[in-house]
Ligand binder design. Sequence first.
Ligand SMILES: [Zn+2]
Length: 346
Amino acid sequence: MMNEIIPTEKEKAITNECVEKLKRGKLPPWKVEEELEANHGVIPPDNFKVAALCRQRYIEEKTGEKFRYIEVSEQPYKVRYQCGKHKLIWELDASDKDQRCSLCGTQLKPMGHYASLAANYVGGNEDYYSYAGRIKVKGDVEKEFTNLLVYGTGLGPMGITKGCYIINKFGGAGLSVSELASAARCLGYIFKTEELRKKAITAIEDFLLELKPEMDKKMSETGGRVGSVEFVQVRSDRGFILYVDFTADFENFRGHGGISHAVGFAKKEIEKRFQKENIQCELSVIAQGYDGDLKPSPRNKRGRYASAQISVPVQEFEEFLKISAEEFLSFVEIDCIGSQKLGCQF
Ligand SMILES: [Zn+2]
């Protein structure tokens, strides 16, 4: 149950004024703390809580939704401490009870400096919720979304907030969404010889014509149909590996359960077929590693492909970012290659 915070009369008046300013677009959401200090005499650390309440109210009034479960912490800020012995500086959540130096155990001394828990904090204990602004999309989806993030500290929420702001400034994002969604599931086999693997591929290929309609039946509840079937061969110390990767297309469902059911059925049928044709395999499995059981993404044949396009007037953009469009694209390329190397799907 949420503890309701009851603001004083003065806080109420200040909140009303800030919410109005936010609504008129005269105050960026990430500057509420500053505004409270500069124009209303609400100094740190008191301004952090009032700022969070202002943003909550603003979001509620904009969306017509209520913050019912995300409560604002009693002391929603970080405090800077110093260890007298090490001179090390620690920044801790104000609600942290343990205020000793992790290195020597000495009681830390507060330095009278405060910082917000996360940029644009709107509530939450331990996990901090941030307001990441609103974003306009048009095209296949016409809507203005309000974005909340669960984030640790750092600049992440700020980057997303500014990104949303810039997209809206250039008229919103044009969205296209593919008609069909895909789901994928893979079978994996190990054979002792190359010969056997070859035979297996031929056997499965011959069998597909008969198998596919049966698999479609297994997905009838969600209207799924087998799409592509891909054979991938890999040589390993364990033998000759064969992956058979099935995808299915769906109109109104994500279809992950459907394809799992259908490929589970195919696995048994293919094993029977192998037996009949005397093709011995060492192992027959659902190849979870290959199909990764990943969340939908156009890169792993899952989900519904969606793309967004923003038209950017180059000159205006350059003035805004204070960087040339070419330099900006190089910067994006460097980040993109880096994150792909690490496997992050940004
Ligand atoms: Zn210390």
